[in-house]
Write a protein that binds this ligand. Structure first.
Ligand SMILES: Nc1ncnc2c1ncn2[C@@H]1O[C@H](COP(=O)(O)OP(=O)(O)OP(=O)(O)O)[C@@H](O)[C@H]1O
Ligand SMILES: [Mg+2]
Length: 354
């Protein structure tokens, strides 16, 4: 038996160049956990190597991995800002090559969060016609840049907050949790992104704001870049040990999440918090795909925004069909928004069909 399973794995690899635990458990009817032991063994013997993580995890021959690792990625996209969705943009860039699969899990999650937040800002705040995206790898890090040709971030903040100078706008931004669009946003995207990447910078209105987490430094200088709009750059070291949960955890009440083995219950109530934005939603559901059932407790919450509900109950739910988000203690306003985002409770679905 042992021989057979090892052979099955290696044969599939020889034929297809890649194999997943699910392929073998599917072909043999054996449990994943059982099959996994054989993969583990082959891995320890150096016969196969694991690439990717979670859903995309698969095994390849060591030689194939070297081929994958050999080519640093260098992607450039010029997108028209019409009906764009940041997560769709990221998924299509992930499809360009194996660059994402070879990131460590914590680094991949940081890329997911920071990239989508910065693209979302260009889409929703800049008023730009086009968005320029580049992403490339260097020896020790992944770097991406999002440029738009819109109003300019510092100008936008000055205008909407009635501030006099670009430096006042930068000051306002650095405070964190400041937004010019409170109906749909919470002002957290830049705050968290700038804390989880290794190097973060924004160029706009002739100024260059840099947050350098490697040197633990924040500074503003004049930017040689004189074009209109905003250019955001992020770089993340491949060996970063930072995690999303640790960064969020520094600014979040630890009592609001309760884990059990298969279910997790998230209590949303915190004083004076309005749940409106996609970034708040992402922050809440990050990592929860490990659980089958996620109870989201809306006790004490008056209402939630459309973008917040949509991100959890549509976007996230569609991406993670094996997990189920179960809202609890919704008042009728919350329930209205949650249903609009596509949530239906199981009982109702069955009744509707019958
Ligand atoms: N590309 C951009 N062009 C113009 N203004 C921008 C741009 N990016 C951000 N801003 C301005 O900076 C503010 C802060 O952005 P940030 O991402 O931190 O928060 P937010 O987008 O308002 O809320 P959230 O990210 O939580 O949804 C925005 O409210 C907006 O006024
Ligand atoms: Mg934002």
């Amino acid at each position: 038996m042992t021989r057979d399973i090892r052979k099955l794995i290696l044969d599939k690899l020889a034929k297809d160049g890649t194999v997943k635990a699910a392929d073998i458990s599917g072909a043999t009817g054996l449990s994943r956990a059982y099959v996994h032991r054989f993969f583990q063994q082959l891995k320890e013997e150096g016969m196969i190597v694991l690439v990717g993580k979670a859903n995309t995890a698969h095994y390849v021959l060591p030689r194939a991995r070297r081929a994958i690792e050999g080519k640093p990625v260098n992607i450039h996209r010029l997108l028209r800002n019409r009906d764009l969705r940041e997560n769709v943009v990221l998924e299509s860039i992930k499809d360009e090559g194996p660059w994402f699969a070879r990131l460590a899990e914590n680094v991949g999650l940081i890329v997911d969060y920071s990239f989508t937040e910065m693209v979302n800002n260009a889409i929703e705040h800049s008023g730009t016609d086009t968005i320029d995206i580049s992403l490339r790898e260097s020896k020790d890090r992944l770097q991406f840049e999002i440029s738009d040709r819109g109003v300019g971030i510092f100008n936008n903040i000055m205008a909407k907050k009635g501030l006099d100078t670009t430096l006042d706008a930068i000051q306002d931004l650095l405070k964190g949790k400041q937004t010019t669009a409170p109906e749909f946003h919470s002002g957290e995207g830049i705050f968290f992104t700038s804390k989880m990447v290794d190097h973060f910078s924004i160029r706009s209105s002739g100024k260059w704001l840099v947050i350098d987490n490697e040197k633990n430094d924040v500074y503003v200088k004049d930017s040689p870049l004189k074009t209109r709009g905003t250019k955001v750059s992020c770089s993340i070291r491949f060996d970063s040990t930072r995690t999303l949960s640790e960064v969020f955890g520094r600014y979040t009440d630890p009592d609001s999440v309760e884990f059990t083995r298969t279910a997790v219950s998230v209590r949303l109530y915190r004083n004076n918090v309005q749940y409106v934005s996609r970034s708040q939603a992402r922050r809440i559901v990050v990592g929860l795909e490990r659980f089958k059932t996620i109870e989201l407790d809306f006790q004490g919450i008056d209402t939630v925004g459309q973008a917040f509900a949509d991100e959890i109950f549509r976007v996230w739910q569609v991406r993670h069909p094996e997990s189920r988000i179960v809202p609890r203690n919704m008042n009728e306003n919350v329930e209205f928004m949650v249903r609009r985002a596509g949530w239906v409770d199981d009982l109702l679905t069955t009744m509707d069909m019958g």
